[in-house]
Write a new protein. Sequence first.
Length: 215
Amino acid sequence: MAEHASSPIPSIPLVVALWEQPNFGGRKRTFIDAPLDSVQPSFFPDLADLSNSNFNGVTNAIGIHPGPNFDSNEMRTVSFFAGANYGGDELCLNPGAYANLLPLANFGGKISSIRFNAPNSRPAGYYLPGTNNSILGPGGYPPTSSAATISPIPLVVKLFPNKLSTLNPLSGYPQGAQADLNYLTLVQDALNIGAMFGAEYDQATKAVVVQKGPN
């Protein structure tokens, strides 16, 4: 069995959970705001195209959770795009729980890519492609409720349903033309993989990447 050493993840300010059904039902995917994302987004192919996670165009509820390194003195937002590679209309949200995306500019079932914005850089709102002024005005859409802080995160685990040949040691992601980008990211216990993430992942793990978390 081949083993590779992956670099630790020193900081996770936010954790995003996407849910297939309104009111946080159905299948789920989890994504983390990690330091390398703003430096080299290509290290995080799951964010640029949710097809890599078998979750393109199906999200109907979102949780944006403060992580171990969340700073309430900073403005932290996450942008969700209707197109892959951060294209199309942009729904930018503050931390919180959003139980139904349909009232939010009819964004239910539209999300194809995600961007964790740099601190204090992008106010919450709704942006048309190529614009920097929200058509909603200041404030954006309010969350249904607050989202629970996810901390500590001692480990970040990635589960792959196919074997890996080459791994980027900095990001813990596969690399190369034949890299399999279909995987799950876990920061909490998962008691039933199939029920939480879909039958395609039940008893299907062929490779595991484990990275040390911030705490």
